[in-house]
Each structure stands twice: as structure tokens, then as C-alpha cells.
Design a protein around this ligand. Structure first.
Ligand code: NAD
Length: 487
């Protein structure tokens, strides 16, 4: 079978290489996390398919690189037009594949896919500019040149949104692309490939190889024909990729996990703090940026906990296609078991699980109840390791010094949320936090012009705005002397 029907929409299950559909003899099985429905058998790529895809991308590179940013931008905007035309189909397919809320996919995620494409297309045309500068009469001119073939490896928690966050700047920079989507959620990348054909993207400029990380992924990142590797995923996988990329000195951008603090200062608006904290259950907790460690001042801890639990009690867990649902299933049985393992071990160690802590027996399957662990023992895995599920911890602090030490006390540094009613106090705290992004009295306000990435083990490098082009392009400085001219 080369095509499956998902919510009545045909989705190709083969790779997309050099503008053609390519089938592998071997497949892997794709099921829906909503209820375990069998979705289809997907072509399972490895070295052979990766070699073909990188070759196709290398052949397509010179012509794509030779186009102007305006020409490339026109095609990216056309792809965005098709994304918008097929927005409902994309949202439905993504929900079936990864279990994310349909209403979020319709209102936020898929519009952001189109926005990724339009934003980076326009940025390359209008904003990618550095003023010339003078060195003793010599002119320095900075330019961003296409670099070659970018390998993009993406996770399952927001599959097409995170893929296009890389595809768009890579293509706008004049690179060609080989994408390896996550094996648990391959469908929207394949559907997207068809939209690139409709939009007139030349064959070989964008390629998709499906398969397991240890097979297709490993073959791709070890390939000597790449100019860049951009990876979003977990820290252990990034370490494997970094070792492999080292052989070819392929530059890597890593967007990795987090264990971010959600900080409630004693001067915070408690209602706002409780709302922001409950938002950390979004996408069933499968958000890298989630502030999963609630750190609350001891003087207001009881009042905050009451407000938090009152709000959390209103969350409705259920089928992600139901517009009333706030929390859907976890993405996969393996991931569900991992989350349950963290919570069970915390309980066995005597942690005080004041909310949830178990699968939702009414729904069965992969639905895990939103969970709150109160005052976990310092240094225990539930407060130091990324659970990546609907599991929050709550710890109290007495002084700012204690808070900063707790907040910065993991190996991660992706994000932080600070809730405070006092600007000076908030400012004093944010200056001391180690994090790529800090939100003060808000969460998830994202502007694609902003640098995005993690400190410490949460990442290497930054993407977004100029930072994306600094990575995907070869940044060049041309120094022109005032002398030696014949005119
Ligand atoms: P993962 O590391 O298991 O897999 C990510 C991707 O890497 C998948 O496509 C997988 O097939 C591939 N892969 C696995 N082994 C590989 C190998 N040896 N060589 C090449 N590729 C390989 O991560 P995941 O479980 O899919 O995603 C969850 C993780 O992603 C969490 O840690 C989360 O915090 C992180 N994440 C980070 C961001 C961010 O922007 N910082 C965003 C979303 C998710």
C-alpha cells in the first residue's frame, strides 16, 4: 500500500526523494494515540534511501542557490498558500498521528506552519542585512550565502510546526533539505511534500526520508555530503548525533529538552500565577518549554496551591478531536510507560502526589491524569530529569538566593516563567536565571524574530530571525580596498 486514508484524506506512505515517491521494501507500523487505531504501514528508510536523498539534494542545490531571495520567497509563499488551503486536513492528520488537540492544531499550530514559511521567506528578502562598515578606508560587506544540504531531524510533539521552523529558513537561505521526521508521527511531513510539488518547488530541493532514528536518522547525520545538521529532540540523541557529525565536522544546531522553572514570587498576582502554571499541562505536558517545576514563595504557597488545584480541576481530559477537551493522550505507549515510570518511582520514594499520579481509568489507553507532586526530595529524578508528560512538581522557597539556586539547579536551561507584581523584583530574578527564553507574567509569547534555543544541555546555538540564517547560511565578509581600481 502506498497511500493511506486518514480522516478521509489520502496520505502517501513512501519517502519523497528528488521529487519522486520512493518505496522501501521494509515498513514500520503507525497507529493513532487517540485510541490505538491502525493508521498504516510507512516506508522504513535506511542508508540506501538517505544516500539517494542527499544526492538529490546536492544535485538540486546549485540551481536553488542561484535563485534570488525573492524568487525563493515566491515559492515559499505559494507553499504557505497551500498549507492554508489544506489547513483543516493538516490539523486533522496531525491530531490523528500525535494526539495533539484538534482545536490547537486548527487555531495555532497549522497557522504557525504557514507563518514559518512566510516569515523566513520575507526575512531573507527584507531583513537579512548588515550595514557595511569601514576599516581604514576599506569596506566590509557581510553576506549570507547558501551553504549546501541541510539535514533536519525533528521530534513528534509538534511535528510539522517544528519541521517548518527549520525547513523555511534553510530553503530561504538557499540550502536544499533532507528531512527525517519522527517515526511516531511521519504523516504531515509526507502530506507537506505534496504541497511543495503543487507550489512548484523544484525536484530535489526538499526531500523526506522516513524511518527510525537509529537507521534513517543515524545514516543521515553521518553522511559526508551535508553542510548542516539541525536537530530538535532529546539530549541523549543529540550526543549521538554530535559524535557522528564530528567525523565530517558538520555544523550542528541542537534544540533539546528542558526542566524549566515556573516561578511565583511573593508579590505575584495569584490568579495569574495559577493560570500560567496550569497552562504547563498544554499538549499533555509534551512541550519542551514547559515550566514543569513550580517554585513558589513559602508565604503564599498554600493560597497558590488552592488556586492552582481549583483551576486544574476544571481541565477536561478526553479525545483530542473533541473541542471541549483540554488534555489528550500521550503520543505512544513507550512514552506513556516512561512517564508512568517516573511517577511510580517518585511515589515509591514517598513523594507526596497531591493530584493525578495515574492513568485516567475512565478513558483507558494513553491518557495520563494531570499530576502534581508536592515538595519532591531535592535532587530526585522527578525534579532533575525531563518527564515530558503532564507532571508538574511544586517546591517552596524562602529567599531570592534560595529561589535562584533551585531554579538554576538542573543541567537544563531552556526557559523560565516568572510571575511577579513588582517590576524591579522580576528584573532582579530574570537577570540571574540561566535560560534561553524567559517569560514574565506570560507564557508562550513567541516572535520568530527572537533568538530561540537553550543554555547548558538544552541546546547548542540559537535559531530564529537572523540567528537562523547565521546557522543555515555561510556568513561571508568581503573586504574591499579603496585602492587598485582602474577607473
Ligand atoms: P528523540 O531524541 O528521541 O528523537 C528526535 C528525533 O531524532 C526523531 O526523529 C528520531 O527518530 C531521531 N533520532 C533518534 N535517534 C537518532 C540517531 N541516532 N541519529 C539521528 N536521529 C535520531 O526525541 P523525541 O522523543 O522525539 O522528542 C522529545 C524531545 O525533544 C524532548 O527532550 C523535548 O524536550 C525535545 N524538544 C525540544 C524542543 C526545542 O525546541 N528545544 C522542541 C520540541 C521537543
Amino acid at each position: 500500500m502506498t497511500t493511506i486514508e486518514v480522516v478521509g484524506v489520502p496520505v502517501d506512505t513512501r519517502h519523497f526523494i528528488g521529487g519522486q515517491r520512493v518505496e522501501s521494501a521494509e515498513t514500520f507500523t503507525n497507529t493513532s494515540p487517540i485510541d490505538g487505531t491502525f493508521l498504516g504501514e510507512i516506508s522504513r528508510g535506511g542508508q540506501v534511501e538517505v544516500d539517494r536523498a542527499v544526492q538529490a539534494a546536492r544535485e538540486a542545490f546549485p540551481a536553488w542557490a542561484a535563485k534570488t531571495p525573492i524568487e525563493r520567497g515566491e515559492i515559499l509563499h505559494r507553499i504557505a498558500d497551500f498549507v492554508e488551503q489544506r489547513l483543516e486536513d493538516l490539523a486533522n492528520i496531525e491530531t490523528m498521528d500525535n494526539g495533539g488537540l484538534l482545536r490547537s492544531n486548527l487555531r495555532g499550530v497549522m497557522p504557525r506552519v504557514a507563518h514559518n514559511l512566510r516569515f523566513f521567506a520575507d526575512y531573507a528578502i527584507h531583513d537579512l542585512d548588515h550595514p557595511d562598515f569601514d576599516t581604514r578606508g576599506h569596506t566590509n560587506h557581510v553576506s549570507w550565502d547558501p551553504s549546501g544540504v541541510a539535514a533536519l531531524i525533528t521530534p513528534w510533539n509538534a511535528p510539522l510546526m517544528l519541521a517548518t521552523w527549520k525547513i523555511a529558513p534553510a530553503l530561504a537561505a538557499g540550502d536544499t533539505v533532507v528531512l527525517k521526521p519522527a517515526e511516531w508521527t511521519p504523516l504531515t511531513a509526507s502530506f507537506f511534500a505534496d504541497l511543495t510539488v503543487q507550489a512548484g518547488l523544484p525536484a530535489g530541493v526538499f526531500n523526506v526520508v522516513q524511518g527510525y532514528g537509529a537507521e534513517a536518522g543515524a545514516a543521515l547525520v553521518a553522511h559526508p555530503g551535508l553542510s548542516r545538521i539541525s536537530f530538535t529532540g532529546s539530549v541523549p540523541t543529540a550526543k549521538v548525533i554530535a559524535r557522528s557529525a564530528a567525523d565530517n565536522l558538520t555544523p550542528c544546531s541542537f534544540e533539546l529538552g528542558g526542566k524549566s522553572p515556573c516561578i511565583v514570587l511573593h508579590d505575584a498576582d495569584l490568579e495569574l500565577a495559577a493560570s500560567l502554571a496550569v497552562e504547563q499541562y498544554d499538549n499533555a505536558g509534551q512541550v519542551c518549554l514547559s515550566g514543569t517545576r513550580i517554585l513558589v514563595h513559602e508565604d503564599i504557597a498554600d493560597a497558590f496551591a488552592a488556586a492552582f488545584r481549583a483551576k486544574a480541576a476544571t481541565l477536561k481530559q478526553g479525545d483530542p478531536r473533541d473541542p471541549e477537551s483540554d488534555i489528550g493522550p500521550q503520543v505512544h505507549q513507550t512514552h506513556f510507560d516512561r512517564i508512568k515510570g517516573f511517577v511510580d518511582r517518585a511515589a515509591a520514594e514517598g513523594a507526596d502526589i497531591v493530584m493525578g499520579g495515574e492513568p485516567n481509568a475512565d478513558l483507558g489507553g494513553l491518557y495520563f491524569r494531570p499530576t502534581l507532586v508536592h515538595q519532591p526530595s531535592p535532587g530526585s529524578e522527578i525534579v532533575t530529569q525531563e518527564v515530558f508528560g503532564p507532571v508538574l512538581t511544586m517546591q517552596t522557597f524562602a529567599t531570592d538566593d534560595e529561589l535562584v539556586s533551585l531554579a538554576n539547579g538542573t543541567e537544563f536551561g531552556l526557559a523560565a516563567i516568572v510571575v511577579s507584581g513588582d517590576r524591579e523584583h522580576a528584573d532582579k530574578i530574570t537577570k540571574q536565571l540561566v535560560a534561553g527564553t524567559i517569560w514574565v507574567n506570560c507564557f508562550f509569547v513567541r516572535d520568530l524574530r527572537a533568538p530561540f534555543g537553550g543554555s547548558r544541555k538544552s541546546g547548542v546555538g540559537r535559531e530564529g530571525g537572523t540567528w537562523s540564517f547565521d546557522f543555515y547560511a555561510d556568513v561571508k565578509n568581503t573586504v574591499v580596498a579603496p585602492t587598485g581600481w582602474k577607473e
